[in-house]
Structure formats: structure tokens, C-alpha cells
Design a protein. Sequence first.
Length: 329
Amino acid sequence: MTRTLAEPEEERLERRKPGGGVVTALLALVSLGFLAWAALRLAGMEFDRYTVALVALTPYALLTGAVIALLALLLRRWLTLLIVGLVTVALAFSVVPRAVSSTAPAQGVALRVLSINTYFGQADAAAIVDLVRRHEVDVLSLQELTPELVGRLDAAGLGAELPHRVFHAGPKADGSGIAARYPLRELDLLPKSTLAQPTALLQRPGSPPVEIAAVHTLYPMGADTYSRWRQEMIDLGQLRLTGTPRVLAGDFNATLDHARLRSLIGTGYTDAAAATGSGLRATWPAGWFPPPVALDHVLTTPEIAPQSFDVFPVSGADHRAILATLVVK
């Protein structure tokens, strides 16, 4: 039988595209998921533990968008390519700069700060002390510091390297502490938090005093912990900058994509990893699942210039240790 009606133009064009309508529908579905994911970061939407987790994975969203855009190009889905491509570029403007160094050599006194979440005090004490010794660390911030770990650190020789300390050791994840090469005077800069966050004034000869905070905000992924994490991040942001050099070092349980951490940085801090082009170096977990993200940070006030940043695995810990070399101007 001969067809007498012309085939609709839209149908002919659709049939000419690789895969036809089924592929178009699948690509559109995947693209919608990506757009919703990206919108969380671009709009600063964090309102529960699930959105916090998705925002933490923003660098992976950027890679996902790039793959979808490439598929749309190969499959000639031009509208999908346009929309996904624009959103991917917007994400790139948020993510890529933290992998590009913006530091310049600075004159002043070098300050090396090491921080590690010790995983309920199970981290290898000898490995921590070895990092302190090899890198001539001046300040050590310890999270999840237990009394048992304090004993192992002392047995490994921490006191000989860093004889001054403000330790608030506690069970499981409760404790934190600061150890230093130079005298410390305990301060009370932060309101009471779920996990210990001690603060101290480092008094170093030939250098201005430096305020040090061992940061450990509550894990936001529990069934009822998001609101407390959010408030503790807000509390950090309410620390008034007084002109005294300050270092916040520890496990923020937040990445540079979380609105709460970006708001804190916006009050006048610099993230040492991002400033030195290491902002995409993951710190948790120590393995490869869940997808690694950067939860641990060293933040500095304008009186301090970051110079380098590095990450080290430590046996027994679920976070990697972070080491920032700073210059106090």
C-alpha cells in the first residue's frame, strides 16, 4: 500500500538522531537529575543530611555534567547540550579555581600546622609523631582525641617535639586538643559545642601571638544532627576578627561547596588548600568509598599567608592528615 501522507517533519528528524526517541528520553531523565543536583550547589540549598551529602559531592557533579554534555554532543541532542553545558560551566567556575594556586611568597615567620581526625583515637600515634618530627610541625590539631591516644602519643615522643598543650580528651569522638612547639595560653573563643573545640593563644618569640582553634563540628549525616552542625558552623562564623592572627584547623565536616563553610570564609578567612591550588585534595575517607571529599581545612585570617598544603594517610585513621605551611606577616 502506498503512503499518501507526508511523514511529519519532527518524526523524520527524531528518527535520524542516533538512538531515536528512547535515547532522547533517557538522556533527558539523566540530565534532569544532574540539573537538580547542580542546583543544590548553585543555589546554596542545604536543608537536611541528604542535601548536605549531595553538595559535598559537587566536584563529581561537575564531572557528571561534562559526561552528559559530551553524550549530548555525540547524539546531537542540541537543547540538552545547551542546558547541561551552561550549568556545567557554572559549576566549573565554582570548583576549578580551588585547584589553581593564588599564593605569592610572603615575608614573615613560618608556621607549620598539622591536623588530623584520629578516628575515635585509633590513629597510629607513632605515625603522627613521625609526621610532626619529619615536617618540623609547630602546631598540631587533634580531633577525636581520647585519653588512651594521649598516652600513646606521649609514649611515642610527642612531648619532646611539642611540649605545650591544651588537651580536652574525651571518649569516642568527644575530645580534641592542640599541641605546640611554643607556649600556649588557653582561650575561650567558641561557645560550647557537641564535640570539644579548644582554643589557645600561641606565644612564639619573634612573632605576633596567634590564636589557634581545633575545629570539630558535629557530623551532619545523622538522623538528627544536621541542625546542630549548621549552628556550630554559624558559631564559627560569629568569631569576630580583631586583627590578631588566627588559625582554624580541623575537621569541619564541610567542603568548600557547602554554603555554611563558604559563609564562614566570607567573613575574612582564607582556605589554605584552595589558596595553594590543593583545594580538590580529598581528606575523607582514607579509602575510596564513599567518594572522597575534602572535609578537613586550615583557615587563616588576613595576617597569615598560606604557602603550601599537603595531605598524608595515617594508619588507623579514617581521615587523612593535612599539613599547611603558613607565614605570619
